[in-house]
Design a protein around this ligand. Structure first.
Ligand SMILES: [Zn+2]
Ligand SMILES: [Zn+2]
Length: 130
């Protein structure tokens, strides 16, 4: 059965990360942080490594592909704490990378990630864990 795919468009560099329907379902199913912030997911752009929120309720199908011919992208989710030590809000950052990337390679990218426009649910800046 053909599957849909979406594009998670980075507002900074306009790079569109391809996101398969199955990957999106997997990400939502495995969310580590309680569903606050829904329907937003915070992605780390593959090209400019800035973090941006993406509203999955507004996703638009870019195309369809045959499930058999696909090569699944790799994704990881990293939990960022709030800069305010008193605040317990956590923010989940999701990085999707091309098929063949290892999880360690994605984790090694973290020093380049930029979350300066991302805030916790209480409006504080967040810290990317290293
Ligand atoms: Zn970008
Ligand atoms: Zn906070």
């Amino acid at each position: 059965m053909p599957q849909s795919w979406y594009g998670a468009l980075c507002p900074y560099c306009r790079f569109s990360t391809p996101l398969f329907e199955t990957t999106l379902a997997e990400i939502i199913r495995n969310r580590q942080v309680a569903t606050t912030g829904e329907p937003f997911l915070v992605f780390v752009c593959q090209r400019c490594t800035k973090c941006f929120p993406w509203n999955y309720d507004l996703r638009q199908v870019v195309g369809k592909f045959e499930a058999l011919s696909r090569t699944d992208p790799v994704w990881i989710s990293v939990i960022a704490k709030c800069e305010d030590g008193e605040c317990e809000a956590l923010t989940e950052l999701i990085a999707i990378r091309p098929h063949g990337t290892t999880k360690q390679q994605i984790l090694d990218e973290r020093p380049t990630w930029n979350a300066k426009d991302i805030y916790c649910d209480n409006g504080h800046p967040i810290i990317i864990p290293l």
